[in-house]
Design a binder for this molecule. Structure first.
Ligand code: ADP
Ligand code: ZN
Ligand code: ZN
Length: 729
């Protein structure tokens, strides 16, 4: 056939080449439609991005589309967004477009929908039955234990082991477990809107009056009723089939939050989009967002790329949260993408936080790019901000990191039958296994990091690559058998607290004990049922939830961040402390916070004590201005890694001299350096920072540099990528 008579279409394919691909098509296709195409020796699903196109390929070079699917995966609005995102973050366009498409739509073989199951214990499953399982079958035991504790869904079991099916089958054969088909039905009580207070209504009125794109920042102390404001806004936006996207941090998307929206908006479909959904559920929700059936969509960062039918506003809660920035592949920041999307759709963007990021604060206060609104009092009647005490850390090895002051405060709150949260941002037992006679410590063989002692599983673990091994019984250098577990993590604090308060119900909460949203849900239930007196946990606990009976928060060991070389470390520490302090006194019981530190006079702790975000932020901004750091410059970093140190050194030096030769006055090229972890998962790492006052100069410069690197075949032996507006060192 003569290719001139059939149509040529351009197709976006999920490959690392920054271009579209031409195919010949003999059927009718629409923009955004999924097609199966030959690509090299493979067949892949692509997305049509141009119809009736022309091609520079010769007739014999052009291949035919194999199959046209019904699914429309892209619309013009998203296409514009993806083009911007791809060029801004220097990520290939095809891969960018494919980023948020549910993978089950991209199967080259069509699959059937699967059912969901729930697994529950039979009468035969009990403690002694579990004890009789061979100790070698660790996964089998773990799965038996969790099912024994409470019934589990297939989704939950999946997170324990990828071979969960095999183990569950074995348990079913043993008659320990039975399987039931499962349908999610949850009875949720209806709630009605609260009457907004003065501050809340002022904000509400301003935002609802917005015509088209406008950006707002709600700076409201913890518990000031930001969520209530969002809900009042949503009520307006969803009228006439409107949709609202609510972006929340990974850790905040708990069933409670969903329930809070579901119960308020019982006449509308509320859905969530996050990484813990099954593929089937994710696809179902994605479709409902796309066809407009779901009107309230609560999602984590990736949901910013969801297709919508009639989006009226984007709300981003806890704007400062680190999980909004993606750390691999397409390294986007959901906040900036969301603002761009709101602009393209000409709808309002509303960010909320008790401790906004310094960037956003600067853009609001000094540049007027977002309209700033403040909520300065707690919304619940009589609730006040907790009093924060800074206590000099006078602990020694004997009292193992918990001071007398803290111990007596815990006693006092226990005697009042109130709940206590002890916050330590390090999981495991101790961060270092140390030999006091020669100074040796256990380190990871694949990363430049120390191994963390885990008591509960009796092993050492690398928190960067998850390498694990048994705990050394003697020093590898001098043979000393008296090794010390230095410092403390959640497990050590838990152990100590149990010893000190044997009658109290103590629960540890960290990534080792909480693996699924369901287990987090159960924890919140136990808290509200008062089955827990003392919670010991990491930042997993620092956000999002109301524990009305929680009156004391203790912060241990947060000084580390003061020594960090990362210029954002103090911003993060401030935010974390304010968040965790905000857990106390949410109800009508007054709250108390104790921060145990070696530096009670440090200005950062002083501003936390005074709960004075604004003066902290203005100090930070002055400092950044002096140092010429973001937000006073735009930053990008090129990172490279290789198993071979020589290769990566050659590469980085070469790139450095290439960059130096690119003629630009606007871009400052820094010397290559090794990141904080100079070796990770066996890879040696280097990076080069680029700064510019001018975003588009920086972008042009990077485009130029990319071309040069790609042109130099010899350089392409190492893995490298660009990270735009990086947030980690
Ligand atoms: P934030 O999101 O700022 O942390 P929330 O919206 O979760 O705050 O509100 C904190 C608490 O205050 C919740 O228990 C909420 O029900 C209550 N609340 C919020 N607004 C009001 C109001 N206008 N009147 C009474 N209680 C309110
Ligand atoms: Zn030694
Ligand atoms: Zn490691």
């Amino acid at each position: 056939m003569n290719p001139k008579e059939t149509s040529i279409v351009k197709v976006a394919i999920d490959v690392p080449i920054d271009d579209f691909f031409d195919y010949q098509c003999e059927e009718n296709v629409a923009f955004g439609q999924a097609v199966l195409v030959p690509f090299g020796s493979r067949k892949v699903i692509g997305i049509v991005v141009e119809i009736d196109s022309s091609t520079e390929l010769e007739a014999h070079q052009i291949k035919k589309i194999i199959r046209v699917d019904d699914d429309i995966l892209l619309n013009e609005e998203l296409f514009k967004l993806f083009k911007f995102v791809s060029s801004y973050y220097h990520y290939p366009i095809g891969q960018t477009i494919h980023i948020a498409v549910p993978s089950n739509l991209k199967k080259t073989e069509k699959v059937l929908n699967k059912k969901s199951y729930i697994y529950e214990a039979t009468d035969l499953l009990n403690k002694s039955a579990i004890d009789q399982i061979s100790a070698r079958k660790k996964n089998l035991i773990e799965i038996a234990k969790v099912i024994f504790k409470e019934k589990q869904t297939d989704e939950a079991l999946k997170t324990i082991s990828i071979n969960w099916k095999k183990y569950v089958k074995e348990l079913i054969t043993l008659n320990f477990v039975r399987e039931r088909e499962y349908q999610k039905t949850k009875i949720i009580q209806k709630t009605t809107a609260l009457k907004l207070n003065q501050e809340q209504s002022e904000i509400y009125e301003k935002i609802i009056a917005a015509q088209g794109f406008e950006a707002f920042l709600i700076y409201g102390i913890t518990g000031s009723g930001k969520t209530e404001v969002y809900m009042h806004l949503i009520e307006q936006y969803v009228k006439n089939n409107g949709q609202v996207l609510i972006l929340v941090p990974e850790i905040n998307l708990t069933p409670q939050l969903e329930d809070r929206f579901t119960s308020r908006f019982s006449n509308y479909l509320v859905i969530s989009l996050h990484s813990q959904l099954t593929q089937k559920k994710r696809l179902e929700n994605w479709e409902q967002a796309k066809n407009g059936k779901a009107q309230i969509i609560i999602g984590t960062r990736l949901s910013v790329f969801t297709p919508f039918k009639n989006l009226k506003a984007i709300i981003m809660d806890e704007e400062q949260d680190l999980s909004f920035k993606q750390h691999d592949k397409l390294r986007y920041h959901a906040r900036d993408v969301a603002m761009m999307r709101a602009k393209l759709l000409n709808i309002p963007f509303i960010a909320g936080s008790a401790t906004p990021s310094i960037e956003i604060w600067h853009r609001s206060v000094n540049e007027n790019k977002l309209l700033l609104h403040k909520l300065s009092i707690r919304a619940v009647k009589d609730a006040t901000l907790p009093k924060i005490n800074l206590i000099k850390d006078e602990t020694n090895l004997e009292n193992e990191g918990i001071s007398e002051y803290v111990i007596s405060a815990i006693k006092h709150h226990l005697s009042l039958h109130q709940q206590i949260l002890i916050f330590i941002n390090r999981r495991g037992y101790a961060p270092v296994l140390f030999c006091s006679s020669c100074g040796w410590y256990a380190s990871c063989s694949r990363c430049s990091s120390k191994l963390v002692v885990h008591r509960s599983k009796q092993h050492l673990r690398c928190h960067h690559c998850d390498y694990q091994r048994g705990i050394d019984s003697s020093c590898k250098v001098c043979g000393n058998v008296d090794l010390m577990s230095l410092g403390s993590g959640t497990q050590k604090v838990e152990e100590r607290i149990r010893k000190l308060f044997p009658k109290a119900q103590v629960r540890r909460v960290d990534r080792d004990t909480i693996k699924t949203k369901a287990s987090l849900d159960a924890l919140y239930q136990d808290m509200s049922d008062k089955k827990i007196d003392i919670l010991v946990g990491t930042q997993m606990l620092s956000k999002g939830h109301d524990f009305p009976n929680l009156s004391l928060v203790v912060v241990l060991d947060s000084d580390n961040a003061l020594y960090s070389s990362d210029f954002r470390a103090s911003e993060r520490l401030f935010s974390q402390l304010v968040q965790v302090a905000g857990r106390a006194g949410r109800g009508s019981i007054p709250g108390e916070v104790i921060i145990q530190t070696n530096f009670p006079e440090h200005p950062l702790y002083q501003s936390v004590k005074n709960q004075d975000y604004e003066s902290f932020a203005s100090e930070e901004i002055n400092l950044r201005k002096e140092l010429n750091f973001p937000p006073f410059c735009f930053q990008a970093v090129l990172r490279a890694e290789s198993k071979n140190k020589k290769n990566v050194e050659n590469f980085i030096n070469h790139v450095y001299s290439m960059a130096k030769q690119i003629n630009t006055e606007d871009v400052e090229v820094f010397h290559p350096v090794q990141p904080f972890l100079d070796r990770l998962k066996g890879f040696e790492r280097y990076q080069i920072y680029y700064h510019s006052k001018n975003r588009s100069s920086l972008n042009k410069f990077l485009n130029f540099l990319k071309v040069e690197i790609h042109a130099n075949k010899q350089l392409n032996k190492v893995k490298w990528y660009l990270d735009i507006d990086p947030v980690d060192f």
